[in-house]
Design a protein around this ligand. Structure first.
Ligand SMILES: [Zn+2]
Length: 394
């Protein structure tokens, strides 16, 4: 049994206050206790949740009727009634889309966040054909998993958008400088083609939500997720909620200028943090040092792990730039914890100490804990489950 805590009440309070809230909070609490501790009996649920036995029974009956959970094996006790254990319904799932500028990962996950199948789609060069390619791939994935019922599609995007406009007019309100295709229309197209509900959010926000939803953080403390990929985005969880800012644009530390004479950035500015600290920057360092084109970023990492000097030096430069940016974030937001998400996290033994040493090179009044996302390269996919379940269960 896992001792992972369930999401706290402050997290669930993100929805506006209404008289349904206490019941919803308890539902969420019970669901997440089952998720993290399954198989579990009703009696143990009452014990770990601190709720009354009758309240637990009522919610369990509701979750059973709605088929979020199922009754499984019968437990053994020395004497008396034998308890029936509860599990999440493993027939239900979520489709996850992790959208990058030139590729998209599509996966089927169960409600506990476990990946069941996964596919990488190379996106067409022609920007007008990208959305159709994504829709086709989703339909093929649904057809290949016809034995499963899907509760929705979660999409994490490398962009920001205004939640006020999210439902009606996403394409007019999106900031996605690394994307050259019409990403704003993908939600409505996929909804129309599949009939499933699509929940979208910025990838770093989704990962921050996921950290709380899956109980990797207690949700009481402030947390910043730094997503290091083609660009850099951050998701800020503070005072019990995701900080979105005016127009949904909060968290664009990747576009804070760190070098006025630096390279032109996709946002129109110059010398932004992501021009020196992203995967793209790591690859550029390699081509400068080795005087030849860089391999794909994942191969660059493998070379660095194998001790190749040019690769190590380029990853080292990238980590120094990352550490400097984390110093800025720690100074600006004073989070308890900074969680790094991205391709570099499987090599945390190598990159973690470099990043942290640079962050600590100059004084910080409050030093945050810094760690990679627990599920490394799966964090972005898992965040799609958090997006969908956060809306569905509530
Ligand atoms: Zn920029």
């Amino acid at each position: 049994m896992s001792g992972t805590p369930a999401p706290p009440l402050s997290f669930i309070n993100k929805v506006s206050a209404s008289n349904k809230i206490p019941r919803q909070i308890n539902r969420n609490l019970i669901f997440n206790q089952i998720r993290t501790r399954q198989p579990i009996s009703r009696a143990d649920l009452a014990r770990v949740s601190g709720l009354q036995r009758s309240t637990v029974s009522l919610i369990v009956e509701e979750l059973l009727a709605e088929r979020w959970i199922v009754e499984g094996s019968v437990g053994r006790l020395p004497r008396g009634r034998r308890p029936t254990f509860l599990n999440l319904n493993c027939q239900r799932g979520v489709l996850a889309l992790d959208i990058h500028p030139s590729q998209t990962t599509l996966a089927v996950l169960d409600l506990s966040g476990k990946t069941l199948s996964q596919n990488v789609i190379a996106l067409p060069e022609d920007p007008n054909k990208v959305v159709a390619a994504i829709v086709d791939a989703i339909q093929a994935m649904i057809a290949a998993n016809s034995d499963r019922s899907f509760d929705g599609i979660g999409m994490s995007l490398p962009g920001r958008f205004d939640l006020e406009f999210k439902k009606s007019n996403l394409d007019k309100s999106i900031f996605a400088p690394n994307i050259s295709w019409p990403i704003g229309i993908v939600k409505s197209r996929v909804e129309r083609a599949t009939g499933l509900r699509v929940v979208v959010d910025n990838v770093a926000n989704a990962c921050a939500l996921s950290e709380v939803w899956f109980g990797d953080t207690d949700g009481m403390h402030d947390l910043v997720v730094v997503n290091v990929s083609e660009g850099i985005g951050t998701g800020i969880f503070a005072n019990g909620r995701i900080v979105r800012g005016e127009g949904g644009l909060a968290g664009e530390f990747g576009h804070v200028q760190v070098d006025p004479n630096g390279l032109q950035c996709s946002c129109g500015s110059r010398g932004c943090w992501e021009t020196v600290a992203s995967n793209r920057a790591g690859m550029r360092y390699y081509s400068e040092i080795a005087k030849k084109p860089s391999p794909a970023f994942e191969n660059l990492l493998k070379l660095a792990a194998g001790g190749d000097p040019a690769s190590k030096e380029s990853i080292n430069r990238m980590c120094i730039a990352l550490g400097r940016g984390l110093h800025m974030i720690a100074t600006a937001l004073a989070p308890t914890e900074i969680v790094v998400v991205g391709d570099i996290t499987p090599l945390w033994n190598l990159v973690g100490p470099l990043i942290e040493a640079e962050m600590l090179r100059n004084p910080l009044v409050r030093v945050p804990r810094i760690r990679p996302a627990h599920d490394g390269d799966k964090a972005r996919l898992r965040s799609a489950v958090a997006l969908v379940m956060n809306e569905n269960l509530l």
